[in-house]
Design a protein around this ligand. Sequence first.
Ligand SMILES: *[C@@H]1O[C@H](CO)[C@@H](O)[C@H](O)[C@H]1NC(C)=O
Ligand SMILES: *[C@@H]1O[C@H](CO)[C@@H](O)[C@H](O)[C@H]1NC(C)=O
Ligand SMILES: *[C@@H]1O[C@H](CO)[C@@H](O)[C@H](O)[C@H]1NC(C)=O
Ligand SMILES: *[C@@H]1O[C@H](CO)[C@@H](O)[C@H](O)[C@H]1NC(C)=O
Ligand SMILES: *[C@@H]1O[C@H](CO)[C@@H](O)[C@H](O)[C@H]1NC(C)=O
Ligand SMILES: *[C@@H]1O[C@H](CO)[C@@H](O)[C@H](O)[C@H]1NC(C)=O
Length: 851
Amino acid sequence: MELSLSRTMPIVAVVLLSLLAPCFAANVTYDHRSLIIDGQRKLFISASIHYPRSVPGMWPGLVKTAKEGGANMIESYVFWNGHEPSQGNYYFEDRYDLVKFVKIVQNAGMYMFLRIGPFVAAEWSYGGVPIWLHYVPGTVFRTDNAPFKYHMKKFLTYIVNLMKKEKLFASQGGPIILAQVENEYGYNEAYYGKGAKPYIMWAAKMAVSQNIGVPWVMCKQPDAPEFIIDTCNDFYCDQYAPNSPKKPKIWTENWPGWFKTFGARDPHRPSEDVAFSVARFFQKGGCVHNYYMYHGGTNFGRTNGGPFITTSYDYEAPIDEYGLPRFPKWGHLKELHKSIMLCEHALLNSEPTTLSLGPKAEADVYASSEFCVAFLANTDDKEDKTVQFRNMSYNLPAWSVSILPDCKNEVFNSAKVRSPSSVVDMVPESLIPSASSSDKDPKALEWEIFTEKPGLWGKEDFSLNSFVDHINTTKYTTDYLWYTTSINVAENEDFLKGGSQPYLLVESKGHGLHAFVNQMLQGSGYGNGTNVPFNFSAPISLKAGKNDIAILSLTVGIQNAGSHYEWVPAGLTTVKIKGLNKGILDISGYKWTYKIGLEGEQLGAPYGQKSVNWVSTTEPPKNQPLTWYKAIVDPPTGNEPVGLDMIHMGKGLAWLNGQPIGIYWPRLVSFEDPCVKECDYRGTFKPDKCVTGCGEPSQRWYHVPRSWFKPSGNILVILEEVGGDPTKVAFSKRKMSTVCSSVAEDYPSIDLESWKPDLNGDRSQDKAPRAHLKCPDSTHIYAVNFASFGNPVGSCGSYSLGDCHDPLSKSVVEKACLNKNECAIELTEGNFSKNLCPGSTRKLAVEAVCR
Ligand SMILES: *[C@@H]1O[C@H](CO)[C@@H](O)[C@H](O)[C@H]1NC(C)=O
Ligand SMILES: *[C@@H]1O[C@H](CO)[C@@H](O)[C@H](O)[C@H]1NC(C)=O
Ligand SMILES: *[C@@H]1O[C@H](CO)[C@@H](O)[C@H](O)[C@H]1NC(C)=O
Ligand SMILES: *[C@@H]1O[C@H](CO)[C@@H](O)[C@H](O)[C@H]1NC(C)=O
Ligand SMILES: *[C@@H]1O[C@H](CO)[C@@H](O)[C@H](O)[C@H]1NC(C)=O
Ligand SMILES: *[C@@H]1O[C@H](CO)[C@@H](O)[C@H](O)[C@H]1NC(C)=O
C-alpha cells in the first residue's frame, strides 16, 4: 500500500514528505540512571497537554509555548470513550485527531510520552472507559475479567497499530519514546482482591507483547514486573525509588496546581513550591519529569468526570486554560528548566556526593575533572539559611533549592522568582448581533426560544412502581432523567384552609434534581461530590385534586476513578410529602413514569435545528426554568481568547455552532471551609493549603475556542435549567493588562540566555540582578502604576509601600520602560539611592499597564 502510493507520487512530494518527517529510527533503552536514546543519556522535562481538552487550532501554539517554556517532551493520555463512542465505531476527527496531535509534537522537534491506559481517571468522564463496556454482559472493569481484558487489549492494540502505521514510535523514527499501560492501579489494588495481581501481570505482558520498541511504564504500581518501569505521581518525588535498581527514577505526574469542582474552593500551588519539588527531583537523581498538567484546558461538552468536576480544567498549569502562558509560573519554571539543562551532562555522567550544609540543608555535587554541578537545598519550612559551600556563602530561603551549574554561580533559586508576573482580565463585550440575522434593527439581538414542558413530554419510556438507577437508565446519553407521578389531595386538607404548606422530601444518590409540581419549579437540590447522597426538602404548592409531581434528576459528570467506580449509582431513592393531615406520605412506591432526556435534546436544539418549535423574540424571558435560548451572533472583536460569561445564568449547557462549550454552573463557593488571604509557599503542599474563592462563583467563564467562530452568523444555544437572564450573557476577552516584576538584591543576576558554565571562570554574583517587564506582543508599557525600591509588600495587582522606599523609584522605571514592549532595570546603586535602609536586602517591585 505505501509502496504503490510512493510510486505514483511525484518525486518532489516524496522529497518534501521525507523532509517534514525525518525517519531516523532511534534505539530507546534505559538503565538505573536514565533513558538512553541511541546510546545518549538524556533528561526529559515533559508537559501534559490532553489533546481533547483543547482544539486542533490551539495545538501548535500550545506545543510551541511548552517548548519555549523549556519542555522537550509532550505527554498525553489516550481517551478511549472519545475514540470508541459506541462499540466498534472509532472516531479520530477534530479534537480526537490523535495522529495529528502527535505529528505536531514531532514537527516541533519534541518527544512524546503516550499514556494509553486505557483506563486514565484524569477527572474525565468514566475515567476514559466507554460506558457501553459496562453493559457488555459479565464485564467488571480493571480486574481479571475476560470481557474487560478482551476490550482493553483490542483498544490498546488499535492505538498501537495506528501509531505504528503512522511510524510514530521512536523505533520507527517517530517521537514516541515512552508509553504507559493502566494507570495508578496500585491505589486500588487491595480492593480488587484475587483478580488484581493476575490482571496487572496480564496488562504488563499484553503491553510488552505489542513490540513498540520503546519502554512501557506503570505509574503508582509498586509491584510492576521487571520489564515495566514503575513511576511516581505526587507533589514531591525526590525520595521516590523504583522497585528495582535497574530502573530509572521517573515522575509521571507532578501536579503544579489542582482541579476544581463545582461549588468548591479554588486551589493554588505556588510557583516557588512547584520549582522546589522539580529541582529536588533532579538533585536526587530523577531523569524524566512530567507536569500534570502543563496545559489543563477544558472539559468540553459532558466529558468532565467527578462527579462535579468543573468544565474548566485549568489546573493552575503553566499554560492557562485559554492557552496563554501563566506568569510567573511559566516564566519561573522556564528558568528552572534552562538551569537544569545546563547541568544535564554532569548529572547524567557522574555519581553525586551528598554534603550536609547544616540542619535541614544539604548539597548534592556532581563533579569530574571536566564539570562540577551542585544543587544546594534548604528543606527547612521556616528558616532562611546562609550556608557555606566551597568557601563561598549562599543565601538559601526556607524551602528552596539553588542550582550551581559550575559549583560557583547560583543561576537559579526556586524561591527567588525573577520572572515577571501579571494580572489577566476577562474584558466583557456584549453579544454582537450578526448582520445576517436581523435586517430591521441591527442593534437589537434577536432571540429564539423554546420552553420545555416540565415532566412527561411525548411518549413515556416506561413505568414502574419503584425507582430505577439514573445512570443505568440514561447510560449517560444525556444528563437528564424525568421521574414523574401524581398525587390526589383531598379538599379537607388543613393546608388548603390556611395551615402550613406541605414539604416535598427527596432522597437521592446524586447528583442533582429540580422538583416541579404542576409544571412549576419548586426548588433544586445538589450533592457535593463523589458518591455523596443528598437530601432535598422544600415547601411545595399543592391544590385540591390531582397534582403532577415531576422530578428532573441530573448527572454532573460521572465517576472517573476509585475501585469498582463503574457501579457508582445516581438518582432518586425516596420521595415523601410531609404536612398532609395524615402525616408523612411516602410516594416512593407509586407508579412512576420515566422519560429519558429533554425534548430539545431529541429535536436537535443544541444545533439550532428548525424542527424545534422556536419562538422569535427580542425580549427573551428571564428566570424561566427549562428554556432553550438561541441567538445568532458575530465573533467578539480582536483575537484574544474568549470566555462566555455566565454569571447571570443558573445552570445548564451551552453550544456554539453545535460545538459543545460544556456545562455551565456559576455555583457559589460556600464559606463553610475557610479560604486563605495569603499563601505561604513554604512547607508540604496539599490541595487545600492555598485555596481562594469563598463566596464567589466556582466557575464564571467558559472557554469558547476562537476556531469555533465563523466570521458571522454564529449560532449560540443555551439550555437553562433553573432560570437566568440571557440578555446579560456576554463574551469576555482574556487580556493580560498588567505586568509586574519583583526582584531583590540577593536574586541571581545571571542571564540564562547567554551564560555558560566555565569551571575556570569567576563567580559573577557581584553583578546586580534586574527587574524585567514584558508586555504581550504588539502592546507596550503605557503607564507605571507602582514602583518601589526598598521593602514594598504585596503581589502583582496589590503592591504597597513598606517603610523603606526610594522616592526616585518611579521616575527611574518610567525612564527605562515607558512606550517599550519590554524593559529591564538593574538594581544598582547608580540607579537608586545609596545607603537606603542599610543592612537590609532591598527589592524593587514594579507594576505597569500594557496597551
Ligand atoms: C540499543 O542500545 C542498547 C544499549 O544502549 C544496545 O545494547 C542494543 O544493542 C541497541 N539495539 C540496537 C537495535 O541498536
Ligand atoms: C577553602 O579554603 C581552604 C582554606 O583557605 C582551602 O584549604 C580549601 O582548598 C578551599 N576549598 C575550596 C573548595 O576552594
Ligand atoms: C455541600 O456542601 C455545602 C457547603 O459545604 C453544605 O452546606 C451542604 O450541606 C453540602 N451538601 C451535601 C449534600 O453534603
Ligand atoms: C437523608 O434523610 C434520611 C432520612 O431522614 C437520613 O437517614 C439520611 O441520613 C439523610 N441523608 C443525608 C445525605 O443527609
Ligand atoms: C444497573 O443494572 C445492572 C443490570 O443491568 C445491575 O446489575 C446493577 O446493579 C444496576 N446498578 C444500579 C446502581 O442499579
Ligand atoms: C540603571 O539601569 C539601566 C537599565 O538596567 C542600566 O542600563 C544602567 O546601567 C543602570 N545605571 C546605573 C548607573 O547603574
